[in-house]
Design a protein around this ligand. Sequence first.
Ligand SMILES: Cc1cc2nc3c(=O)[nH]c(=O)nc-3n(C[C@H](O)[C@H](O)[C@H](O)COP(=O)(O)OP(=O)(O)OC[C@H]3O[C@@H](n4cnc5c(N)ncnc54)[C@H](O)[C@@H]3O)c2cc1C
Length: 468
Amino acid sequence: MNLSRKEMLRLIGTGAGAVALGSAATSPAAGSERGGPRDIVRDVVVIGGGAAGTYAAIRLRELGQSVVVVERDGRLGGHTQTYTDPASGSTLDIGVVVWHDQPLVRKWFERFDIPLRKASFGGGVTRYADYRTGREVQGYVPPNPGAALALYGEQLARFPYLEYGFDLPDPVPADLLLPFGDFVRRYGLDDVVPSVVQFGQGLGDLLRQPTLYVMKNFGSDILRNLQTGFLSTERRNNSELYQKALAELGDDVLLNSRVVSTERDGGRYASVRVDTPAGRRTIRAQKVLVTIPPLLGNLGGFDLDGLERQLFGQFRHSAYYTGILRDSGIPDDVSVRNIGLDTPYHVPQLPGVYVISPAGVPGLHNIKFGSPTALSDRAVQDEIRASMRRLRDAGTIPTARTDFATFASHTPFELTVPAAAVRAGFYRRLATLQGRNRTFYSGAAFHTHDSSLIWQFTETLLPRVVAS
Ligand SMILES: Cc1cc2nc3c(=O)[nH]c(=O)nc-3n(C[C@H](O)[C@H](O)[C@H](O)COP(=O)(O)OP(=O)(O)OC[C@H]3O[C@@H](n4cnc5c(N)ncnc54)[C@H](O)[C@@H]3O)c2cc1C
């Protein structure tokens, strides 16, 4: 690895006010215990620097806490990902695209001086094809969701607590545990399904998921924003948020780093040993805020106790992939959306492509692909190539070139547990982990896959983190 001295200093946290012995600590406690030269002493160590972790780190500093973020990748942002087209210099958001129009979101972007605008969707021509055969589904027109959305909104109003975390009543209402397909049938919500599919990309087999997860993902604030308009960045570069946050956090972010071991019980500090590109460091922090997907395989090195292991071991996850196709042969103003010719509500068969849509730059198309379970990048790319060939052979598109300008796996994506586990109190027990073993949790697994709502959830959690 070729690093400049400045980069090196940032990674190991030896720039101004970074490491050790509380030199940068903003709270008296942080510097009150001495450590070795490779120790980093902070109030809070944040694991993961995506939507939840970045928000938490900045806000915790504002609340007077010293922090350090441990991030596996070489950047902050997680599922927020921006591709820069080398030919035009245009930036294209291929991960997170929109945010809710709400005060917290506006304030968050204003803080970094990033202008927002109302997001615009669509434009151009949408064609519908069954990607299993490649044939265009002639005459298909998606149902007008208006009346069904109103009915769906009435259903959502029965479960207001879904807007914040998984604070579910006991017993959990049986309707929330129904497979979503059954819920749709019971309440005559057929015409809402295509909208739910569009927003619920990445959720896996949507009609089989417990209704709980679908309603959390496609919730009341989404319905409100469908009417008032979502927000996106004026400069079409959502990663700017995370670049600016990284610049501000500076030495308090350890990129390309991973947790090797933790000791969270006993003593006055949690010890978190981390491998960084500049060697192993020990972080000693009063509190640990975990914002990464809490799967056992992703928590290697954590000293999980029995309850943590038992709960995290129950999570299953779906898979979601994105990319940009160059010169695919699909006209620049055409989207080809996958629907099932003979599937219930024409839900696309997964694993499969959700949609190939114009990226906003001539010759480039965005592609979204979903699967109920994880696949290798290779398998996904092969299936995309095969889909393109089927579309071409069926005459739906003129040619079938599959040159990936970029490709990314966003897997694991949605973390779920079976309905029976929810019924048996999984989320009640999960909530008891907040604050246990000096550890707090935020991120999609603790609310839903929605950056704005995750920021809101995190904001509400932070006073507890600070006070503990
Ligand atoms: C293609 C796509 C489009 C989306 N569109 C939207 C949208 O338009 N609007 C919206 O609000 N939401 C959207 N989402 C959902 C949104 O991105 C997520 O809800 C949000 O990013 C989740 O935040 P998080 O902090 O839980 O996880 P992430 O943002 O994924 O952050 C987790 C971070 O932890 C890091 N990490 C993981 N494991 C480890 C480890 N072991 N050690 C250290 N670091 C680790 C990851 O690298 C990552 O940076 C989209 C998601 C995808 C994939």
